[in-house]
Design a protein around this ligand. Structure first.
Ligand code: NI
Length: 183
């Protein structure tokens, strides 16, 4: 069953705290990871957390990304992170636009830690970790939030910066005009 239905904002599946995966090497976990990758790829996302497909486990998939969104390679490998954790590497917070497959059609400007140190398990049971920066750090924080029942609008400092994708070009043009007016 490669493609799963994605839970949308309001469904209780997105609200709970997901449970730790006790055996990352279990065949059911590998099967779930495959479904998550297929579902994310089909939906055109860069990350997906298990609760988004009604599976209450602490695991996520994300397209391998660097610090810059513009450099995202849509064909890059997808990483499966099981029982992921992170902590901020320093106290720098940056704002960036985010969307979510569970909140289709919208995007918002969200403050996140710029750099995070993370640790997770793989499907082979190995522990991996490192430092993620910029866009990669943003995806990681967004997806780990899903494991704790948190959606990105709750992280926004200013809800006037929540806009429909279709209105985003007009929104950004108006913002740029205001900025030029300030100068
Ligand atoms: Ni999301």
């Amino acid at each position: 069953m490669p493609f799963r239905k994605i839970a949308k904002l309001g469904h209780p599946a997105l609200r709970g705290k997901a449970e730790r995966v006790s055996d990352p090497r279990a065949p059911e976990i590998a099967a779930l990871a495959r479904d998550m990758i297929d579902t994310m790829t089909d939906a055109g996302g860069v990350g997906l957390a298990a609760p988004q497909i009604y599976e209450p486990w602490r695991m996520l998939v994300m397209r391998r990304a660097g610090a810059k969104r513009e450099e995202l390679d849509e064909t890059a490998a997808v990483d499966v992170l099981i029982n992921p954790r992170f902590e901020p590497e320093d106290d720098i917070i940056v704002e960036g636009w985010e969307g979510c497959l569970s909140i289709p059609g919208l995007r918002g400007l969200v403050p996140r830690w710029e750099k995070v140190r993370f640790e997770a398990q793989t499907l082979e049971g190995a522990t991996i970790g490192g430092v993620a920066d910029g866009f990669a750090a943003r995806i990681l924080q967004h997806e780990i939030d899903h494991l704790n029942g948190i959606l990105y609008p709750e992280r926004m400092a200013d809800l006037s910066l929540l806009v429909f994708d279709t209105e985003w070009p007009a929104f950004m043009a108006a913002r740029a005009a205001v900025r030029q007016g300030d100068a």
